[in-house]
Design a binder for this molecule. Structure first.
Ligand code: CTP
Length: 368
């Protein structure tokens, strides 16, 4: 971690002490710092009110503050790149499986115990006199350094079945094992249908997080192994080439192509905003048309299609060599012109036409 970032965290700790509060960096950032992974996203857990620390950051660092209506939670963005998520230490009560929990104030230990996995339950003190001291109540360090995913208690997946997806994501990301007891709980949770307690949106949210990983294939493979992939899309097809694409949109589009005739059903079933699935629809439309596109395909679509069909001839992807104007210059007009263009597009896709000149002679020969 950059020294300048450490200094800011130290100053937040000093402010906390001055206000009679206690603060820790917790969860994913403590885990990442332990394995030397750079992180600028810091979750800060506070015993007591978060507002004095949030206001301190706004005044001292001119930070942008986004407050959420949720238990003193706020995202504080600093110009130096640090993103601080403040939240009060809390305990969670799950009224019913899969529902969002009810929360009440609690101490640090209880807050850490409510979390998903031991590896995510480490806290680093921000307090003066013990800055960055580890608070490790649940053998978190051992899990992070030993490389395993382990739940903190046996109701973890019942409380929050999204953790099934998180488990495969962390196992894949870090190359960790899922320890045997947790693995048993996962299989049991899937068998008992806990995933059905989740809304479609929450499942898709976890799926998108998987696609945002640097190597989503490994996580999808685990998801299939644990029979979670079917909840994303029944019979989900995927392969290792997905790792070659960099953005979630491209990876989604690639998966849409891989689903064959169910591609559109797959894309629609995710209920995502259009801007995320637009690329999927573009490549599906190209494939369905079996014709050269009238408008140039986007460079993202070309990347996805070339990965899906390596060695595909470039004329099949190029926009139609002739446009309506070309045909009208040749004397074609009226409603037939559209049909002629369509036939030409099919001929270009199938390879009967491979250049602009070839398109002109095709028209002449076809004798439209
Ligand atoms: N957490 C949890 N159960 C969940 C989601 C989150 O217990 N279903 C806890 C974990 O302690 C996690 C922390 O909240 O570390 C922050 O959540 P999130 O940002 O989703 O996790 P990170 O571990 O920071 O993951 P990433 O590195 O992917 O951001």
């Amino acid at each position: 971690m950059k020294q300048s970032h450490k200094r800011i965290l130290k100053e937040i700790g000093l402010k906390a002490a001055a206000c009679g509060l206690k603060a820790w960096a917790v969860g994913g950032c403590a885990r990442d710092l332990l394995i030397g992974k750079h992180t600028e996203d810091i979750d800060i857990c506070v015993e007591g009110e978060t507002s004095p620390l949030i206001e301190f950051c706004a005044e001292k660092y001119g930070a942008e503050v986004l407050r959420f209506n949720d238990f003193g939670t706020a995202r504080v963005n600093l110009a130096c790149g640090l993103k601080l998520d403040f939240v009060r230490c809390r305990a969670e009560v799950y009224a019913e499986p899969g529902a969002l929990p009810k929360v009440r104030p609690a101490g640090l230990k209880e807050d850490l115990f409510r979390r998903d996995f031991t590896a995510n339950a480490l806290a680093l003190s921000l307090m003066p006199g013990e800055f960055f001291r580890e608070y490790d109540f649940f053998n978190s360090k051992e899990a992070v350094l030993g490389g395993y995913v382990k739940v903190l208690h046996d109701k973890s997946f019942l409380d929050d079945p999204t953790r099934l997806f998180r488990a495969v994501r962390f196992a894949a990301r870090f190359g960790w094992e899922i320890e045997p007891f947790t693995e048993g709980l996962m299989r049991d949770a899937v068998k008992k249908g806990y995933v059905n307690f989740l809304s479609r949106q929450r499942i898709v949210h976890e799926f998108i997080k998987i696609l945002g990983e640097s190597r989503p294939y490994q996580a999808l493979k685990y998801a299939a192994e644990y029979k979670l992939a079917d909840f994303i899309f029944k019979g989900l097809k995927f392969n290792a080439k997905i790792n070659k694409l960099k953005t979630v949109e491209e990876r989604l589009a690639y998966l849409a192509l891989l689903q064959g005739s169910c591609g559109a059903e797959f894309a629609e079933s995710l209920l995502l905003p259009k801007k995320i699935t637009a690329l999927s629809l573009e490549v599906l439309k190209w494939r369905k048309s079996k014709a050269a596109p009238f408008k140039a395909l986007s460079k993202e679509a070309l990347r996805v299609i070339k990965l899906y069909k390596p060695g595909i001839e470039s004329f099949r992807l190029k926009p139609l060599f002739l446009c309506a104007e070309d045909l009208s210059v040749l004397g074609y007009s009226g409603p037939a012109l559209g049909a002629e263009l369509k036939a030409l597009a099919k001929a270009q896709y199938s390879g009967k036409v491979r250049s602009r000149r070839g398109a002109f002679s095709y028209i002449k020969k076809a004798g439209f």
